[in-house]
Design a protein. Sequence first.
Length: 278
Amino acid sequence: MVSTSVLFSFFEAIQATTADAYRSHIYGAAKLLEVTKPKQCSHGVLCQIFYHLRTQLLLIHLTGYGQETPVEAKRILYETLDYVRLPVFQRLMGYISTLVEVYFAHQNGVTGQHADNTTYMNIKTDVESLWYEYVKEVARPDTLLVWKDASGTTHFHNAFTALTVAYFSAACILLSIIAPHVATPFMDSADHYTTILQASQHLHTHMNGCAYMRMAPPLLLVALHGLKLSQKRQATAYFACWVNKSMSGISALALESIYRHRASEGYNSISATNPSPQ
Protein backbone atom coordinates (compact mmCIF):
# COMPACT_ATOMS: atom_id res chain seq x y z
CA MET A 1 0.00 0.00 0.00
CA VAL A 2 2.77 2.45 0.89
CA SER A 3 4.72 1.64 -2.27
CA THR A 4 1.58 1.99 -4.37
CA SER A 5 0.86 5.44 -2.96
CA VAL A 6 4.45 6.50 -3.62
CA LEU A 7 4.22 5.21 -7.19
CA PHE A 8 1.09 7.31 -7.68
CA SER A 9 2.94 10.31 -6.26
CA PHE A 10 5.73 9.74 -8.80
CA PHE A 11 3.12 9.82 -11.55
CA GLU A 12 1.63 13.02 -10.18
CA ALA A 13 5.07 14.59 -9.79
CA ILE A 14 5.88 13.81 -13.42
CA GLN A 15 2.47 14.35 -15.03
CA ALA A 16 0.13 15.93 -12.55
CA THR A 17 -3.62 15.67 -12.83
CA THR A 18 -3.97 18.23 -10.02
CA ALA A 19 -1.70 19.65 -7.34
CA ASP A 20 -4.10 18.24 -4.77
CA ALA A 21 -3.60 14.74 -6.19
CA TYR A 22 0.17 15.02 -5.82
CA ARG A 23 -0.11 16.26 -2.23
CA SER A 24 -2.70 13.61 -1.37
CA HIS A 25 -0.52 10.72 -2.51
CA ILE A 26 2.52 12.05 -0.64
CA TYR A 27 0.56 12.54 2.58
CA GLY A 28 -1.27 9.25 2.07
CA ALA A 29 1.97 7.30 1.84
CA ALA A 30 3.40 9.04 4.92
CA LYS A 31 0.26 8.39 6.98
CA LEU A 32 0.31 4.73 5.93
CA LEU A 33 3.86 4.50 7.24
CA GLU A 34 2.64 5.84 10.59
CA VAL A 35 0.31 2.86 11.02
CA THR A 36 2.65 0.24 9.57
CA LYS A 37 3.79 -2.40 12.05
CA PRO A 38 7.17 -1.83 13.74
CA LYS A 39 10.47 -3.06 12.35
CA GLN A 40 9.32 -3.08 8.74
CA CYS A 41 12.44 -1.68 7.05
CA SER A 42 13.02 -4.94 5.19
CA HIS A 43 16.12 -4.61 2.99
CA GLY A 44 15.91 -0.84 3.42
CA VAL A 45 13.01 -0.35 1.00
CA LEU A 46 10.71 1.53 3.36
CA CYS A 47 13.67 3.54 4.65
CA GLN A 48 14.34 4.77 1.12
CA ILE A 49 10.65 5.46 0.56
CA PHE A 50 10.45 7.64 3.67
CA TYR A 51 13.66 9.42 2.66
CA HIS A 52 11.90 10.39 -0.57
CA LEU A 53 8.67 11.28 1.20
CA ARG A 54 10.37 13.68 3.63
CA THR A 55 11.86 15.70 0.79
CA GLN A 56 8.49 15.93 -0.95
CA LEU A 57 6.68 16.82 2.27
CA LEU A 58 9.22 19.61 2.71
CA LEU A 59 8.43 20.95 -0.76
CA ILE A 60 4.71 20.92 -0.01
CA HIS A 61 5.27 22.85 3.24
CA LEU A 62 7.52 25.39 1.51
CA THR A 63 4.81 26.09 -1.07
CA GLY A 64 2.39 26.86 1.75
CA TYR A 65 0.11 23.87 1.23
CA GLY A 66 1.21 21.77 4.19
CA GLN A 67 -2.07 22.18 6.04
CA GLU A 68 -2.83 18.50 6.56
CA THR A 69 -2.40 16.64 9.84
CA PRO A 70 1.33 16.67 10.68
CA VAL A 71 3.25 13.51 9.89
CA GLU A 72 4.83 11.93 12.98
CA ALA A 73 8.33 11.56 11.57
CA LYS A 74 9.94 10.39 14.81
CA ARG A 75 7.39 7.63 15.22
CA ILE A 76 8.02 6.41 11.68
CA LEU A 77 11.79 6.57 12.04
CA TYR A 78 12.13 4.91 15.44
CA GLU A 79 9.15 2.55 15.43
CA THR A 80 8.14 1.64 11.89
CA LEU A 81 11.65 1.77 10.47
CA ASP A 82 13.35 0.70 13.71
CA TYR A 83 16.27 3.12 13.51
CA VAL A 84 18.59 3.13 16.52
CA ARG A 85 20.81 5.95 15.27
CA LEU A 86 19.45 8.15 12.50
CA PRO A 87 21.49 8.73 9.34
CA VAL A 88 22.93 12.22 8.93
CA PHE A 89 20.39 13.16 6.26
CA GLN A 90 17.39 12.20 8.40
CA ARG A 91 18.75 14.18 11.34
CA LEU A 92 19.32 17.15 9.03
CA MET A 93 15.75 16.86 7.76
CA GLY A 94 14.52 17.03 11.35
CA TYR A 95 16.21 20.41 11.85
CA ILE A 96 15.03 21.66 8.45
CA SER A 97 11.44 20.64 9.22
CA THR A 98 11.56 22.65 12.45
CA LEU A 99 12.98 25.66 10.61
CA VAL A 100 10.34 25.40 7.86
CA GLU A 101 7.54 25.58 10.42
CA VAL A 102 8.99 28.83 11.76
CA TYR A 103 9.74 30.05 8.22
CA PHE A 104 6.13 29.57 7.16
CA ALA A 105 4.91 31.43 10.25
CA HIS A 106 7.49 34.16 9.52
CA GLN A 107 6.25 34.50 5.93
CA ASN A 108 2.67 34.82 7.12
CA GLY A 109 3.39 37.26 9.94
CA VAL A 110 2.54 34.80 12.72
CA THR A 111 4.88 35.85 15.50
CA GLY A 112 3.69 33.39 18.13
CA GLN A 113 5.64 30.51 16.57
CA HIS A 114 9.00 32.26 16.63
CA ALA A 115 11.55 30.68 18.94
CA ASP A 116 14.02 32.53 21.13
CA ASN A 117 17.62 33.28 20.19
CA THR A 118 18.95 30.39 22.27
CA THR A 119 16.84 27.90 20.32
CA TYR A 120 18.08 29.24 16.99
CA MET A 121 21.66 29.21 18.20
CA ASN A 122 21.29 25.60 19.34
CA ILE A 123 19.89 24.59 15.95
CA LYS A 124 22.72 26.40 14.19
CA THR A 125 25.29 24.67 16.41
CA ASP A 126 23.67 21.27 15.89
CA VAL A 127 23.55 21.67 12.11
CA GLU A 128 27.16 22.82 12.11
CA SER A 129 28.20 19.74 14.13
CA LEU A 130 26.19 17.55 11.78
CA TRP A 131 28.01 19.06 8.79
CA TYR A 132 31.41 18.23 10.24
CA GLU A 133 30.19 14.75 11.14
CA TYR A 134 29.04 14.26 7.55
CA VAL A 135 32.36 15.47 6.11
CA LYS A 136 34.27 13.16 8.45
CA GLU A 137 31.96 10.24 7.67
CA VAL A 138 32.36 10.39 3.90
CA ALA A 139 35.95 11.66 3.74
CA ARG A 140 38.49 9.46 1.97
CA PRO A 141 42.20 10.20 1.43
CA ASP A 142 41.78 10.12 -2.35
CA THR A 143 38.28 11.61 -2.58
CA LEU A 144 37.05 15.20 -2.61
CA LEU A 145 33.44 16.01 -1.77
CA VAL A 146 33.35 19.14 -3.92
CA TRP A 147 35.90 20.60 -6.34
CA LYS A 148 36.26 22.88 -9.34
CA ASP A 149 37.92 21.91 -12.61
CA ALA A 150 40.15 24.15 -14.75
CA SER A 151 37.11 25.70 -16.41
CA GLY A 152 35.64 26.70 -13.05
CA THR A 153 32.84 24.11 -13.18
CA THR A 154 31.89 22.73 -9.78
CA HIS A 155 31.79 18.95 -9.37
CA PHE A 156 30.47 16.75 -6.58
CA HIS A 157 31.64 13.27 -5.59
CA ASN A 158 28.27 11.79 -6.57
CA ALA A 159 24.58 12.64 -6.77
CA PHE A 160 23.94 11.97 -3.08
CA THR A 161 26.81 14.29 -2.14
CA ALA A 162 25.33 17.06 -4.30
CA LEU A 163 21.91 16.53 -2.76
CA THR A 164 23.18 16.43 0.82
CA VAL A 165 25.32 19.57 0.40
CA ALA A 166 22.30 21.35 -1.11
CA TYR A 167 20.15 20.48 1.92
CA PHE A 168 22.80 21.72 4.34
CA SER A 169 22.79 24.96 2.35
CA ALA A 170 19.00 25.03 2.56
CA ALA A 171 19.21 24.81 6.36
CA CYS A 172 21.63 27.74 6.39
CA ILE A 173 19.34 29.78 4.14
CA LEU A 174 16.34 29.15 6.39
CA LEU A 175 18.36 30.24 9.42
CA SER A 176 19.49 33.39 7.60
CA ILE A 177 15.87 34.28 6.87
CA ILE A 178 14.31 33.68 10.27
CA ALA A 179 17.33 34.40 12.50
CA PRO A 180 19.96 36.34 10.53
CA HIS A 181 21.79 37.33 13.72
CA VAL A 182 22.87 33.72 14.35
CA ALA A 183 23.31 32.47 10.80
CA THR A 184 27.07 32.87 10.50
CA PRO A 185 28.54 30.62 7.80
CA PHE A 186 30.31 27.40 8.73
CA MET A 187 30.45 25.61 5.37
CA ASP A 188 33.18 26.40 2.88
CA SER A 189 30.87 28.58 0.81
CA ALA A 190 29.00 31.45 2.42
CA ASP A 191 26.84 31.81 -0.72
CA HIS A 192 24.51 28.88 -0.19
CA TYR A 193 22.25 29.94 -3.04
CA THR A 194 25.09 29.43 -5.51
CA THR A 195 25.95 26.09 -3.89
CA ILE A 196 22.39 24.84 -4.48
CA LEU A 197 22.47 25.98 -8.11
CA GLN A 198 25.80 24.21 -8.61
CA ALA A 199 24.40 21.01 -7.10
CA SER A 200 21.38 21.28 -9.40
CA GLN A 201 23.63 21.71 -12.40
CA HIS A 202 25.59 18.60 -11.37
CA LEU A 203 22.39 16.52 -11.23
CA HIS A 204 21.20 18.04 -14.51
CA THR A 205 24.48 17.13 -16.22
CA HIS A 206 24.50 13.58 -14.87
CA MET A 207 20.79 13.04 -15.56
CA ASN A 208 19.95 11.69 -12.10
CA GLY A 209 16.16 11.84 -12.08
CA CYS A 210 15.26 10.74 -8.54
CA ALA A 211 17.89 12.95 -6.93
CA TYR A 212 16.78 15.78 -9.22
CA MET A 213 13.20 15.43 -7.94
CA ARG A 214 14.49 15.74 -4.38
CA MET A 215 16.40 18.92 -5.26
CA ALA A 216 13.13 20.85 -5.65
CA PRO A 217 12.90 22.22 -2.03
CA PRO A 218 16.40 23.79 -1.98
CA LEU A 219 15.85 25.17 -5.50
CA LEU A 220 12.57 26.72 -4.44
CA LEU A 221 14.36 28.59 -1.64
CA VAL A 222 16.78 30.01 -4.22
CA ALA A 223 13.93 31.07 -6.52
CA LEU A 224 12.17 32.80 -3.63
CA HIS A 225 15.07 34.32 -1.70
CA GLY A 226 18.21 34.33 -3.85
CA LEU A 227 20.61 37.17 -3.05
CA LYS A 228 20.93 38.04 -6.73
CA LEU A 229 18.36 38.42 -9.48
CA SER A 230 20.40 36.03 -11.62
CA GLN A 231 20.12 33.32 -8.93
CA LYS A 232 16.34 33.68 -8.75
CA ARG A 233 16.10 33.55 -12.53
CA GLN A 234 18.27 30.46 -12.82
CA ALA A 235 16.33 28.56 -10.15
CA THR A 236 13.01 29.57 -11.70
CA ALA A 237 14.33 28.48 -15.09
CA TYR A 238 14.80 24.92 -13.82
CA PHE A 239 11.16 24.71 -12.76
CA ALA A 240 9.96 26.38 -15.97
CA CYS A 241 11.98 23.88 -18.00
CA TRP A 242 10.71 20.90 -16.00
CA VAL A 243 7.06 21.95 -16.17
CA ASN A 244 6.95 20.99 -19.85
CA LYS A 245 9.07 17.89 -19.48
CA SER A 246 9.87 15.35 -16.79
CA MET A 247 8.51 16.88 -13.57
CA SER A 248 5.48 18.93 -14.47
CA GLY A 249 3.58 18.28 -11.24
CA ILE A 250 6.35 19.35 -8.87
CA SER A 251 7.27 22.29 -11.10
CA ALA A 252 3.71 23.59 -11.39
CA LEU A 253 3.42 23.55 -7.60
CA ALA A 254 6.74 25.37 -7.21
CA LEU A 255 6.03 27.96 -9.92
CA GLU A 256 2.66 28.77 -8.39
CA SER A 257 4.42 29.45 -5.09
CA ILE A 258 7.12 31.55 -6.78
CA TYR A 259 4.64 33.77 -8.62
CA ARG A 260 2.46 34.12 -5.51
CA HIS A 261 5.52 35.19 -3.50
CA ARG A 262 6.52 37.75 -6.12
CA ALA A 263 3.03 39.21 -6.19
CA SER A 264 3.10 39.60 -2.41
CA GLU A 265 6.51 41.28 -2.63
CA GLY A 266 5.15 43.85 -5.07
CA TYR A 267 6.88 42.91 -8.29
CA ASN A 268 5.39 41.00 -11.16
CA SER A 269 7.92 38.69 -12.73
CA ILE A 270 11.42 37.50 -13.15
CA SER A 271 11.65 36.32 -16.69
CA ALA A 272 12.07 32.61 -17.23
CA THR A 273 11.21 32.76 -20.92
CA ASN A 274 13.07 30.14 -22.95
CA PRO A 275 14.83 28.93 -19.83
CA SER A 276 18.18 27.21 -20.14
CA PRO A 277 19.70 26.44 -16.73
CA GLN A 278 23.43 26.93 -16.83
